[in-house]
Design a protein around this ligand. Structure first.
Ligand code: ADP
Ligand code: NI
Length: 218
């Protein structure tokens, strides 16, 4: 089977599995991350099959929607890859990426796995949390959790540990400070950084307008 056939099969599996998923973590999120991945990978010396499969499988079973089970995603990716004729080394690398990609796991000290391929897919995923799409996803997630948009009496908490981040149930605007605005300084690749800078600037502009409208200044 050619690499592009392997990718096609994976696309079909992921589309089918993510049917009905929450709007910020659905197939279209995966599709955008896949496109970002291909764009970033053009400038990086990485294994294209590994980054492609990892981008497609990275949110196949998000722990947030599996009772916090963080092994659900890697297990599901592993089981699926075993049905494809891919080398063990490729399968294992993809599963490691799925296991280590998330922001909250990266808050854990000494999490222990890094590769150029992980960096490309992680940057691609982070870009989708920034800019216009990132804002839409944040409010969609906040709505899903029935959280207030903003509450001036509840300040954001920075320097959250992984556990505190997971428990954080503040207003959605706080999420900008707890995660989104931190991302641009945590990008790994040159292309990722460049794209993140633009999307970060858009977030700042958005926040300014938000506060102005909130305070009746515009
Ligand atoms: P990761 O999988 O890297 O830990 P998340 O699953 O936390 O990342 O984030 C996925 C999407 O959901 C992102 O767009 C993120 O901004 C959004 N999101 C996560 N937590 C919150 C929150 N508390 N409030 C608003 N949006 C959130
Ligand atoms: Ni994702």
């Amino acid at each position: 089977m050619t690499d592009s056939e392997l990718v096609e099969r994976t696309v079909a599996f992921v589309r089918d599995t993510l049917k009905g998923a929450e709007g910020g973590h659905d197939w279209f999120h995966t599709q955008r991350v896949f496109r970002n991945t291909l764009q970033i990978a053009r400038e990086e010396p990485v294994d294209l099959l590994v980054v492609s499969l990892a981008a497609l499988l990275h949110d196949i079973a998000d722990a947030k929607f599996h009772n916090g089970d963080e092994t659900a995603g890697p297990k599901k990716a592993d089981a699926f890859l075993k049905t494809l004729p891919v080398a063990d080394s490729v399968r294992k690398h993809v599963v490691q990426i799925v296991r280590h990609i998330s922001f909250k796991n990266s808050l854990e000290k000494g999490q222990g796995f890094e590769s150029a391929e992980l960096h490309v897919v992680r940057d691609a995923d982070r870009l989708d949390a920034l800019g216009a799409i990132g804002i839409a996803r944040a409010f969609n997630y906040g709505g899903f959790k029935n959280r207030p948009l903003y509450d001036p009496d509840i300040p954001p908490r920075t320097d959250l540990t992984k556990e505190a981040y997971k428990k954080s149930d503040g207003p959605t605007l706080n999420h900008f400070y707890e995660k989104l605005l931190l991302l641009k300084d945590r990008m790994h690749t040159a292309t990722g950084k460049e794209l993140a800078e633009q999307r970060h600037a858009f977030l700042l502009q958005y926040l300014e307008q938000f506060y102005d409208e909130w305070n009746g200044r515009r």
